[in-house]
Design a protein around this ligand. Structure first.
Ligand code: WQD
Length: 341
């Protein structure tokens, strides 16, 4: 298939571009580098053994989006582009709602007009709110909901995409609910490069390990879990990327217009267990202190992965130690992330 990857220069997008190329698809990337660096494209070309065609523009620009679809026959879209920082979304809700919705509207209009009928969408486990039952299942009878504007933009987009898929003849959508993506390509040449202070656990640990930050602050040591710290379902970004390829191939045989899939491992790991796994990868202790809880964190989150296994024929295979070894290879080879242009 000829696949448009929106946000293909980003963390999950870049790993998915490679997985698509490995699976024999041709890829074109659209990215405005608002939260990624152009240097990733050279790294991708080296890993893929060919240049990846790139269009640099903001997808909220409907004319440019339409012209891209007019200029090449796109069979499917994998849509990552969007704002993703939970805390920032609370400060700037309008920016989050307008960007995350408008990019998707622009793509949907162009897809409808130009006959592209397959869409794989980056959703999030954050659509499972505090009332959902563990392990999280896609067919839980609690409706999806979220507790911050970022998460609510994903809930809204799941509804919008489902409605559009039902209305447009032939449209097929996979809604991929990511758990906690971590790790990097085993080459250590592409990985996660957060701007500013990392919000997420593993990038923060990696920056402490490489000497950019003094110590990890563990948010809460009094949760009702075995070691008192939160439990998450960490998934290797390479497994996640392969999940997108499986979802794309599933869309060719899908019978329902829209279907949600959890992409996780089904295994919970605590914050302290993750820290200790990273210490094993680095080979020395990593300083930390336990501080107050972070508002909005759920004590435990992990997936029921049976639907993805049965219907996508996909399951995660990489371990927590693989995730840490690969994240550390990336961080230690690129202590300051990608170089500026
Ligand atoms: C994991 C655990 C923290 C940082 C978030 C978003 C979600 C999705 C992925 C997507 C928690 C603890 C973290 C630190 C810590 N977003 N922690 N010290 O919160 O599960 O999910 O990212 O684009 O929507 O909510 O992931 O990595 O932020 O936190 O103790 O410095 O690590 O409290 O228990 P989370 P996370």
């Amino acid at each position: 298939m000829h696949v448009l990857v929106s946000g293909g220069a980003g963390y999950i997008g870049s790993h998915t571009v490679l997985a698509l190329v490995r699976a024999g698809h041709s890829v074109v990337v659209v990215d405005d580098f608002s939260n990624s660096k152009p240097a990733v494209m050279g790294r991708l070309a080296a890993l893929a053994g060919r240049e990846i065609p790139l269009h640099v523009f903001d997808l909220t620009d409907r004319d440019k989006t339409d012209r891209l679809f007019a200029s090449e026959q796109i069979d499917a879209v994998v849509h990552f582009a969007g704002f993703k920082a939970v805390g920032e979304s609370v400060e700037k809700p309008l920016a989050y709602y307008s960007n995350n919705l408008d990019t998707t509207f622009s793509l949907l209009r162009a897809m409808e007009r130009h006959g592209t009928r397959k869409l794989v969408f980056s959703s999030s486990a954050t659509v499972y709110g505090p009332r959902s039952k563990l392990p999280y299942r896609e067919d839980d009878d609690v409706p999806i909901e979220a507790v911050n504007p970022y998460g609510r933009s994903k809930v809204m987009l799941e509804h919008i995409l489902t409605d559009v898929a039902h209305a447009v003849p032939g449209m097929k959508v996979a809604l991929l609910r990511y758990f906690n993506p971590v790790g990097a390509h085993p080459s250590g040449t592409i990985g996660e490069d957060p701007g500013g202070i990392p919000n997420n656990l593993v990038p923060f640990i990696a920056q402490v390990a490489v000497g950019r930050r003094e110590k990890l602050r563990v948010f809460g040591g009094d949760y009702p879990t075995p070691d008192g710290t939160c439990i998450r379902d960490f998934i290797h970004v390479e497994d996640l990327a392969e999940g997108h390829v499986a979802a794309l191939e599933y869309l060719e045989r899908a019978t329902e217009p829209a279907r949600a899939f959890n992409l996780g491992t089904g295994q919970g790991t605590s914050v302290l267990e993750m820290l200790h796994a990273f210490e094993r990868a680095v080979g020395r202790p990593i300083p930390y202190e336990i501080v107050d809880r972070r508002p909005g964190d759920l004590p435990v989150s992990y997936a029921d992965v049976s639907r993805a296994k049965a219907e996508l024929g996909w399951q995660a295979t990489r371990t927590i130690d693989d995730m840490c070894a690969d994240a550390w290879r990336w961080q230690s080879h690129n202590p300051n992330g990608y170089p500026d242009a």
